[in-house]
Structure formats: C-alpha cells, structure tokens
Design a protein around this ligand. Structure first.
Ligand SMILES: Cc1cc2nc3c(=O)[nH]c(=O)nc-3n(C[C@H](O)[C@H](O)[C@H](O)COP(=O)(O)OP(=O)(O)OC[C@H]3O[C@@H](n4cnc5c(N)ncnc54)[C@H](O)[C@@H]3O)c2cc1C
Length: 506
C-alpha cells in the first residue's frame, strides 16, 4: 500500500506544529491529524501566558541580571532531583534543553518574528539552599502576544507548507490506534468526528461519522498530557504529595484527555515517570468558563498573606511564587484541598497576573499603551477586576521586603504596607483551588525524540514530542519545573522530532 505522507504527526498543538513545520521545510510530506476542529489549532499553547525560560538573554542583561548556562543547569538539576534509573534520558534532555535555552532558542524564535516583553519575571524562586529548588535569578520571559505569539510563527510556516502541498491537516480525525508492520510503526487509524463549529477551547462533539487509516514511514505522537482528565490525574497521583485532591479545577481544555498516551503505551511504547506532574495551588474558578471546570492560575507576587484552610499561615519559605510542589504537599497535608490569600487592593493591582492569553488582552493584543496602564491605573487590569466582582472565590470588604530586583519594583511588587491600612483597601480574600495543568512524565525518547519500547529498544518509526514525551526524554523536568519550560520543551522536542523524522525518511 502506498504511503499517504512521509510522516504523520498526531496533534496540532505547539509540539506537533513545530515538528510538522520542520518536516515540511526539510522537503518531506507531512500530515497533521487532530481530533479537534481547525479553530483549535495550536492546542494549549494558544491559551498559555507565553512565558519562556531563557538564560543570559539581552532582556536579563538590560535589567542587570547575571545569568549563565552553569547557574541555570545547577538550578535545573537542583529542582529536577533526578533519582531514578529511568532518569538517564530525561537528564540528557535537561542538559541539552538548558543549552538550547542559553543558546539558540531566542535567536531562532526571533528570526521567525517572535518578540519578548522587556521585563523578565521571577517565577519559582525556591527559598532553599543554592543547590536546591528554584530560579536563582529571574528567567521568565513573557512573549509579546502571549501564547498566540508563540504559536503564530509555526502556524505561519505550517500554512505556507499547506499552500505548497507538503503539509495536509486532517482535523476532526481522532487517532484510536497505531499500526505496526514487521515491528515498525507505519501509520494510524481512527474515527472521523462530526464537524462542530464550537468556539476554540470548548468541548466538541464526539459523534463518530466515519473512520480513516493513514500510512507513512514514521509517526510522531504530540498529543499533549493528561491534565484535562481528572480520573487519570488521580490514578497517577504520587503518594509523596499526600492523597489525591477530592476537588480540582482544570487549567487545560478537555482535549488534554491523555487518551493517546494509553493508545501509544498499548502499542508497546515505554511510558516513564507517570507519577510526576505539575499542578498549581493558586487556581480560581473562572466566572466565565470556556472549558469544563475551567480554572485560572494566579501568577502571584510575594506580598499576599497565605493561610491554609485551618487559618494557619503557610510556613517559610512557602511564600507565593516560591515552590509549587512544596506548597501542594503542604496544603494536602492539612486535610483540605484549598487555601486562602488575604491581600489588599494595592497588592492585587500590582501582583495578580492571571495565566492565560485571554486574561491578558494588553500583552496578547500587543498593545504598549494598554500594557503601560498596568503601572498607572488605579485598579488592577480589567480581567482581574472582573474576577473581584464576579469570581466565586473572591471576598472583597472594606474593613478588617521590598525585594531588590528592579523588575519587581517596576511592575510586580506592591510597596510594603500594613495589611489593614484602609488607604490600601479594600481587603480581599481569595479562595485558592488546586488546578491541574502539566504532565511531567511521558514516553522515553532519545535526543532524536525516537521512542523506546518496553524491551528498552528504539521502536522503529515512532517518535514523541511535547507534553506526551514529558517535554523530552520522558520527563526532562524530573520532579519540578523552573517555569516557562513547557512551551520551550515543546519547541525543542518538536524540532528534534521533526528534523530526525524528516532525515530518517530519506
Ligand atoms: C492556560 C495555560 C497557560 C500556560 N502557560 C504556560 C507558560 O506561560 N509557559 C509555558 O512554558 N507553558 C505554559 N503552559 C503549558 C503549555 O502551553 C503546554 O504544556 C504545551 O502547549 C503543550 O503542548 P503540546 O503540543 O505538547 O500538547 P497540546 O497543546 O495539548 O496539543 C495536543 C493536541 O493533540 C490533539 N490530540 C490528542 N489526542 C489525540 C488523538 N487521539 N487523535 C488526534 N489528536 C489528538 C489534541 O486535540 C491537541 O490539539 C500553559 C498552559 C495553559 C493551558
């Protein structure tokens, strides 16, 4: 039977788009298969804040931040805590990825038109010793245009390839199986879902109207993680974080269903580190949801007072923005799955950023004028004010260290003040929920994104990229992330997969 293309990519998220663009630009024919409609092209990355981990960038240098590959690698390894036999490839990926972030990542993106907002954020600050978890310096670079600004160059390249006939999109095609001939993966089959004009990100119909089979020399699985499937999250929940939360909200659309991970595993691929995940504790229920149980993560500055459900302050160093998994572990040990921020209008105005492209119309719309208003406006950005008014997790009433980093002072840290000072009011209490997001484990891959089988040998014809591959290797983050590393992991692993598959296609 003749091949339909040289390579099939399962998933039109960021990792899949990057891989497909590389394959087409290498002169090969590629088909991108996605269960969602064309309107959802770009997957999670479209909704993302577009934060990118970069090392020793011009933006950092302009702000007086001294960073280096060695410091970043030390931070990465201290956060990852690799301690398993199966961490061999994840660790190799981590080293290669930090080199990419300190090297060609910024220039490669820039050459495609990507731009960066000049104030660098300081996420996951840790608070432990120098070799422990956390970023020693600010490294969170927000893309101008947020998530859509990251997707745009790759969608453009993919559309050009589509126009010249090298790339074909098959939307509403859900892969249900991989085909294997003489030990090599050589195609996919599945169901054609009925057309559904739902808005981007909303749950779409699962009514089957046909079936399909496609053949190629290789298949790249870029189907995302499991964060939209709470049953799978609970099944894989690690005991070291306590019991799985009873109540969770979703930081990802429903298509992040983990189904293709099960299908690929059933075909013999080696899934490792499935108990490593990255979920947030600062989730608020979206008063205007797009997907089921839609939650938004607050990217908090350091000044809010943080109380667990029993009214006890979280212990040092678990300040907002310090250690995501440490906070999750602490909160689950209280016997409750929520906590509270108590803050003032002055703090919310400066310190509450909401992670999501639709929650940041100024940055997403690339408007300098609107963005500048963040520093001059009396209120918080409009989407934050809207949460204050409509969000079920907000209570607003009238009664009841300064860090040295210049970026904080400019836009991200409120001046120290007495929390009960009415001049800084009203007082605001925000109930924080656990919000599912990223899957850190995935398919074990070598640096060419080739997938290992359960016999520990490469499965010919099978590649994995993005969240499905644990962002590279089957979990290049180890246990913890330094943030802004997920989009970058999709770029890097998607690029490696695309280039390697194109080369192998001869
Ligand atoms: C609100 C939000 C904010 C974020 N902010 C950041 C940030 O600032 N920085 C950062 O680094 N990361 C961030 N992330 C994380 C990052 O966006 C994701 O980890 C990344 O985009 C995952 O990309 P992916 O291509 O691996 O998977 P996805 O984007 O999930 O794409 C997978 C695609 O595969 C398709 N698919 C799945 N199964 C099948 C099947 N069986 N058949 C056919 N198609 C299938 C899906 O429909 C989907 O289109 C954020 C995520 C969200 C949701």
């Amino acid at each position: 039977m003749a091949d339909d293309a040289d390579v099939i990519v399962v998933g039109g998220g960021l990792a899949g788009l990057v891989a497909a663009a590389e394959i087409a630009d290498a002169g090969k024919r590629v088909i991108v298969v996605d269960q969602e409609g064309e309107q959802s092209l770009g997957g999670q990355a479209f909704w993302s804040f577009g934060g990118l981990f970069l090392v020793d960038s011009p933006e950092q240098r302009r702000l007086g931040i001294k960073d280096s590959f060695d410091l970043a690698l030390q931070d990465w390894m201290g956060s990852a805590g690799f301690d398993r036999d199966e961490d061999l490839w994840p660790k190799r990926w981590a080293e290669a990825y930090v080199a990419f972030a300190a090297g060609e990542k910024r220039g490669w993106l820039r050459a495609m038109g990507h731009r960066i907002f000049p104030v660098v954020g300081w996420a996951e600050r840790g608070g432990y010793d120098a070799m422990g978890h956390g970023n020693s310096v600010p490294r969170f670079h927000v893309s101008w245009g947020t998530g859509p600004g990251v997707v745009e160059p790759f969608e453009r390249r993919a559309r050009q390839a589509q126009a010249n006939g090298r790339l074909t999109f098959k939307f509403r095609h859900r892969v249900d199986a991989l085909s294997i001939t003489d030990g090599a993966v050589d195609g996919v089959s599945g169901a054609i879902l009925e057309a559904d004009p739902v808005e981007r990100g909303k749950s779409s119909s699962r009514k089957v109207v046909g079936d399909f089979t496609l053949r190629a020399q290789a298949v790249i699985v870029a189907s995302g993680g499991i964060g939209g499937n709470h049953d799978l999250v609970r099944q894989n929940w690690p005991k070291r974080l306590g019991e799985a939360p009873k109540n969770m909200i979703s930081g990802v659309p429903e298509h992040v269903d983990g189904r293709m991970i099960g299908i690929t595993e059933a075909a013999g691929a080696r899934l490792i580190n499935r108990d490593r995940m990255w979920h947030y504790v600062e989730g608020i229920r979206n008063w205007s949801p797009i997907w089921p149980r839609h939650g938004i993560r607050i990217l908090p500055g350091p000044s809010s007072m943080w109380f667990d459900a029993t009214g006890t302050r979280l212990p040092s160093p678990l300040f907002p923005g310090s250690d995501t998994l440490g906070q999750l572990h602490y909160i689950m040990s209280t016997g409750y799955d929520y906590s509270w921020f108590v803050l003032t209008q002055s703090i919310i105005k400066k310190e509450f950023a909401l992670s999501g492209s639709e929650q940041n119309p100024d940055l997403t719309g690339k408007s300098w004028l609107m963005t500048a208003r963040r520093t001059t406006n009396k209120g918080a950005p409009a989407p934050v004010e809207a949460f204050k008014t409509h969000g079920v997790d907000f209570i607003v009433r009238d009664n009841l260290a300064d860090r040295k980093y210049i970026g904080d002072r400019l836009i991200r840290t409120a001046k120290p003040h007495r929390i009960l000072d009415p001049l800084h009011g009203p007082l605001i209490a925000v109930k924080l929920n656990i919000l599912t997001r990223k899957t850190l484990g995935g398919f074990e891959t070598d640096l060419d994104s080739r997938v290992f089988g359960n016999d520990r040998k490469i499965m010919p014809g099978l590649y994995a990229a993005g969240e499905a591959a644990g962002f590279g290797g089957g979990g290049m983050h180890g246990y913890r992330s330094l943030e802004g590393t997920f989009l970058g992991g999709c770029l890097f692993s998607g690029r490696n997969a695309g280039r390697a598959a194109a080369k192998a296609a001869g």
